[in-house]
Write a protein that binds this ligand. Sequence first.
Ligand SMILES: [Zn+2]
Length: 256
Amino acid sequence: MTAAGGVLRVLGRTAAAATLDLASGGVRAAEALTDAGTGRISTPGTLRVEVILLSDERGRPVADPASVAPALTTADRALTGGAGVRVRVTGVRVVPTPAPAAALDARANRALLLDDIIGRTGFYRRHSSAGVAPGVGSPVTVVVIRSITGRTTGCSLGLSADWVIVEASLFDAGDPPHYDETVLAHELGHALNLPHHPDPDNLMFPASSPPDGLRGTGLTRWQAALIQANRRVIPGVRRSGNPPTTGGGPRPRSSP
Ligand SMILES: [Zn+2]
């Protein structure tokens, strides 16, 4: 689980994405903190997520599509509770075409970044619906693959990709030494630009050891502000004016 610590990579599209994030992000992060200070109410923001499951050489899906539901619920709870951002699942589908070996059994972290640069990860891109021009509200695609080398079970390239990969064994509830609902949410955190955090109760703690040593799903206030500011997150509706009243009488109207 890991990856994108330092996100300033020398990739054209990464630089473009970083610029986008800084331009809209700085302002929105400041607004989010202002909201927290003044008690103004915003409805939750939305992060769109799609899940695709690859199929092996014989055309068998690497996992049951229904098995990813608990991890998606965990991600929604973590981001809604910790950052006021809902996870809206736009689809969970199997790619029936047998995936090439490099896509089915991926390399991790730096090797994956290298593979991405030389085009070995094209299969993920072709089967995601993110499109080629990510912008505000573009979805993150979670790709469920058969295996990742070493002890890594999930990987994200951070800003430089619109997809994250997670290993199928994470979703097998009948396999307690591997079953881990936190990894999907952790990789979404990386896709939203969050680096690792040293607190084991935090969602971005680097390690998680099922069944007894799972990382937590907490988020700090700053992590919440970064998530809310990310270009992938569709902002919630902001309400201007006075805090809501609790008594009778006319309430302040919200503006769009
Ligand atoms: Zn990580």
